[in-house]
Design a protein around this ligand. Structure first.
Ligand code: AP5
Length: 218
């Protein structure tokens, strides 16, 4: 199945995508994760995107599309994909449509995780991540068992640079201006399914699974 997870920063796209990827044996492709890995390894791409990512601005469409075309051409995507954080502008959505049309692999659904700005700010300011395995925690809703240490490998936790209050505000503005129009875009294509993301993780997952289970598995 070919699925897009759409939603404001912190709406839970990554949290939902990880177990869904296991359940449906479909790669979870997060543009944010791709960029952060490149930044950690200080590759030429990482150096190019660093300033955008850390300041909460969008990486230019041309660069994102180059990265995503390469990624979607990998063999693991032949049976489907779960896109998280892409597309993020109407231009990216149109380019994705063109690519999928030429590859004869239409999108099945766009799941929009809907969450209030107040809750986005609350979740992002309390998000922490393991320095080693990348597991995501939330100090308020999903804290680690031992403070500041990952449950999986006991490594320390860090806060993403773009989860600082002033950058969260910027990311929300960027979402409202550039990404929110995608809701109307996909609604117009009759592809949008709105998910109330203000519920506990397991309840959101149940709603999503009920929708995705209606698609044939590959
Ligand atoms: P990216 O990494 O994609 O950031 P984002 O879209 O802002 O999303 P997040 O990763 O912040 O949040 P999420 O929705 O995955 O929430 P999570 O599950 O972690 O992008 C980063 C940057 O890269 C962008 O700003 C941009 O610069 C660049 N970029 C990426 N893609 C791009 C593109 N296509 N074009 C241009 N630039 C691009 O959850 C958040 C917190 O809430 C966690 O602590 C979690 O534990 C908790 N939580 C999750 N669900 C629940 C729940 N149901 N109840 C309670 N707590 C919950």
């Amino acid at each position: 199945m070919n699925i897009v997870l759409l939603g404001a920063p912190g709406s839970g796209k990554g949290t939902q995508a990880q177990p869904l990827s296991v359940r449906y044996k479909t790669p979870h492709i997060s543009t944010g994760d791709i960029f952060r890995e490149e930044m950690d390894q200080m590759t030429p791409l990482g150096m190019k995107v660093q300033e955008y990512v850390n300041s909460g601005r969008l990486v230019p469409d041309a660069l994102v599309l180059e990265v995503m075309t390469q990624r979607l051409n990998q063999p693991d995507c032949e049976k489907g994909f779960l896109l998280d954080g892409f597309p993020r502008t109407v231009a990216q959505a149109e380019a994705l449509d063109d690519y999928l049309r030429s590859a004869k692999r239409p999108l099945d659904k766009v799941l929009y995780l809907s969450l209030s700005e107040k809750e986005v700010i609350r979740r992002l300011s309390s998000r922490r991540q393991c320095v080693r395995c990348g597991k995501v925690y939330n100090l308020m809703t999903q804290p680690p068992q031992i403070a500041d240490h990952c449950d999986v490998d006991s490594a320390g936790l860090f806060q993403r640079d773009d989860d600082r209050p002033e950058t969260i505000e910027k990311r929300l503005r960027v979402f409202n201006d550039l990404t929110e129009p995608l809701i109307a875009y996909y609604h117009g294509l009759d592809m949008l399914e709105t998910i109330p993301a203000d519920k506990p993780v397991s309840e959101v997952a149940q709603i999503v699974i009920k929708i995705l289970d209606t698609f044939p598995r590959t």
